[in-house]
Design a protein around this ligand. Structure first.
Ligand SMILES: [Zn+2]
Length: 237
């Protein structure tokens, strides 16, 4: 069962189109598995649509209050023109044969250590880099080209984990398959885990897992000998 969801502010930013692609994708993946967040997104989308409608009405009211009738005439002309434009756009769309040719993206799958996973549909058209392996960790980078924000598929083999680490930035994990645990408890398929730099954790996966991860800074290993692993921090980032 999904226990960890995106914060409300994040869903709001998602609906307003304010998030970078990496985070929008993360929310889409989570919402596809989470009816609760799907519902929230639907409500927020309706609210945003209503708000922009109200803003339109307000700006029309302001036009009504203007004394100069010439302003009003011009706006009517504009409206007529845009109505005609809109009608012709609609008829173009309606009669275009292209519309019938919309192809549903085919699901993409990835294989890590002999196990094949079908990826969420939202990832179907995104390119992936080569898989790199260190110990029980494998990662493949998504080609989203978002500068300091790096997005990966991270696979942890059964019995593997990531040594105690922290971040200067944020670390987002969406569990696509399997489960892992840290000091906070167990995380399962669909869980959306957003951590900021104040957290230190040591995720371990008993039976293996596949995660979608987004980070905007390398991991910093924090404990004794683990500090020697900081090159792995850059690997995972
Ligand atoms: Zn949710």
């Amino acid at each position: 069962m999904i226990k960890h969801h995106p914060k409300f502010e994040l869903l709001e930013a998602f609906v307003n189109g304010d998030l970078p692609a990496s985070l929008s994708i993360a929310i889409t993946i989570h919402a596809d598995m989470c009816p609760l967040c799907q519902q929230k997104i639907l409500q927020l989308t309706e609210q945003v649509a209503e708000q922009s409608f109200e803003e339109d009405v307000i700006s029309l009211d302001n036009l009504d209050n203007l004394d100069s009738s010439s302003h009003f005439d011009i706006s009517i002309d504009d409206d007529l023109e845009s109505d005609a434009l809109f009608d012709s756009m609609i008829s173009n769309i309606t009669f275009s044969e292209d519309v019938a040719e919309v192809v549903k993206p085919t699901d993409k799958s990835v294989t890590f250590k002999d196990k094949t996973y079908v990826l969420p549909t939202v990832l179907s058209n995104i390119g992936f880099g080569k898989t790199a392996n260190v110990g029980k960790l494998s990662r493949s980078r998504l080609q989203l080209n978002e500068d300091e924000i790096h997005t990966n598929l991270l696979h942890i083999n059964a019995g593997g984990g990531v040594p105690a680490h922290t971040h200067k930035g944020f670390e987002l994990t969406v569990l696509l398959d399997g489960s892992f645990t840290d000091h906070e408890g167990e995380y399962n398929k669909g869980d959306f885990i957003m951590l900021d730099g104040t957290f230190t954790h040591t995720p371990v996966s008993e039976n293996g897992c596949l995660c979608y991860t987004v980070a905007n800074d390398a991991l910093h290993f924090t404990q004794g000998i683990n500090k020697l692993l900081n090159p792995i921090g850059s690997f995972i980032y």
